[in-house]
Ligand binder design. Structure first.
Ligand code: G6P
Length: 477
């Protein structure tokens, strides 16, 4: 007896870590994907989640964690190097994020990507019940849909890309572009964060694979059709709101402000330490405001939490050194005893501490050069239960499509960012509340449950019998 819902993602929601003293413990995995899928799994009892638990353990058995059924996929050191750090994070990640860093193309990495994708597909084929739904996630597993369809044509297969899907001009660079497109076409429904990404995909399929398309549908020669559409991801808004209102978090938020010396304004950035996030530019812009005399380190502090990420990948090491140096220089130049300009923390925090930081911060600064969605921006809004707090948000984050009332910035424009930070700093409380209220409404209406159910409903629809009967248009459009 198999499972009716199988989630396939590179990561499990928990990550096995070894402490400095040699003990192994479990920690919540980093990043937006896990944050979004976990509540979905909880509402679908009986589902199972296939993923990598971190590390190189080869003999882990399926287990339950906090009510979720988890099936760990082992990875060798070489696979971690070539499939995860290499093809996923050295090739696809920068390529899909506007080539913010230079992608590397290596044939061995591609070989490893194929073989790991195959193994994930085989595991999903083994665990899925007849006619079950399998939902495959993100750029690390783009070949799984086709491998899986070859093994199990009875399944409903959905794929969701959590990061941007690039325009043809960039995607074209990939030596294996056609195979990736064909891999994704194994799904019945391919979901993206934004409509533009879905359009990029359909256009590329038409140009590179030569299939007929009409609007958001791709018609395959075997009579099957695939739909590509946008489903902007979200958060468990009610859950965050409840957490933010709890006594423990309220008290902790107060304690954080006190520990910071009760400044007039607290700025906050929380990001994985990733070169797509624009951390360097934002800290520079902030420091120039102090240098230019707009405010002082007694008035304001910038709390920057940088969550350790992909530390074996060279670009990430370089970034860490750059940020370390910049923060050191800014604090050395502008700080006073007990009053740094930037309070910098290289660590990850549990949800409660994140909620307390969101509540403690007057101005949240989210300035990626490119980001699929950015759930931190949405979490901040959900936690502002008193309807105050300003959000400074990059127009290149997917979230900017919905959070129109944020102070929108172009992170490449340092002067523009300085102006927006200052405006947010000086904004009248009435104006801040007007904007926050509107954003809170948006987030409350479009939460992660709505996201998951719209994807699932669409998947049922597109893979249903009715759909197979649809008459195909004569001409491609
Ligand atoms: C992003 C990706 C996820 C990934 C997360 C953390 O949110 O979309 O797929 O899991 O970053 O990165 P990591 O490499 O640690 O899994």
């Amino acid at each position: 007896m198999g499972h009716d819902l199988v989630i396939v993602a590179n990561r499990l929601p928990v990550d096995r870590v070894t402490t400095p003293s040699g003990e192994t413990t479990w920690r919540r995995s980093p990043g937006g994907l896990v944050a979004a899928i976990e509540p979905v799994m909880r509402t679908h009892g009986g589902g199972v989640w296939i993923g990598w638990p971190g590390g190189t353990d080869q003999d882990m058995e399926p287990f339950e964690d906090d009510g979720l059924s988890l099936v760990p996929m082992a990875m060798t050191e070489q696979e971690i190097e070539e499939y995860y750090e290499g093809f996923s994070n050295g090739t696809l990640w920068p390529l899909y994020h506007d080539v913010v860093a230079k992608p590397e193309f290596h044939r061995e990495w591609w070989d490893a990507y194929q073989s790991v994708n195959k193994r994930f597909a085989e595991k999903a084929a083994e665990l899925a019940a007849k006619n079950a739904t399998v939902w495959v996630h993100d750029y690390q597993l783009q070949l799984v849909p086709q491998y899986l369809r070859d093994l199990r044509p009875d399944l409903k297969i959905g794929f969701y890309l959590h990061i941007p899907f690039p325009p043809g001009e960039l995607f074209q660079q990939l030596p294996w572009r056609r195979q990736i497109l064909e891999g994704l076409l194994g799904a019945d429904l391919v979901g993206f964060q934004l409509p533009g990404a879905a359009q990029n995909f359909v256009r590329l399929v038409r140009q590179r694979v030569g299939h007929k398309t009409h609007r958001d549908l791709v018609y395959l020669p075997d009579g099957r059709s695939v739909r590509a559409a946008a489903f902007p991801i979200s958060i468990d808004a009610a859950g965050f709101e409840e957490l933010a209102q709890s006594d423990a978090v309220t008290d902790r938020a107060k304690a954080i402000r006190e520990a910071l010396g009760n400044p007039t304004k607290v700025f906050l950035g929380i990001d994985r330490l990733d070169y797509t996030k624009g951390i360097y530019a934002r800290l520079r812009a902030y420091s120039e405001l102090i240098r230019d005399g707009h405010f002082d380190v007694e008035d304001a502090v910038f709390v920057q939490v940088a969550v350790p990420s992909r530390e074996q990948v060279e670009q990430y090491r370089i970034l860490r050194d750059e940020i370390d140096r910049l923060v050191g220089r800014i604090n050395g130049d502008l700080g006073r005893i007990g009053r740094p300009a930037i309070s910098y923390l290289h660590t990850s925090y549990p949800r409660e501490e994140m909620a307390a930081l969101y509540r403690a911060a007057d101005i949240m600064v989210v300035t990626p050069y490119r980001d699929g969605m950015n759930l931190v921006a949405k979490e901040y809004v959900a936690c502002r239960v008193e309807e105050d707090g300003a959000l400074v948000l990059s127009e290149f984050a997917g979230a900017a499509d919905e959070l129109r009332q944020a102070w929108l910035v172009n992170p490449y424009d340092i002067n523009g960012m300085k102006a927006a930070l200052l405006e947010a700093y000086e904004a009248e409380p009435k104006e801040v509340t007007r904007r926050m209220r509107a954003m809170r409404k948006t987030i409350a209406q479009n939460d992660v449950k709505a996201w998951a159910s719209s994807f699932m409903t669409e998947l049922e629809d597109v893979s249903g019998v009715e759909h197979q009967k649809t008459v195909r248009p004569a001409n491609r459009s």
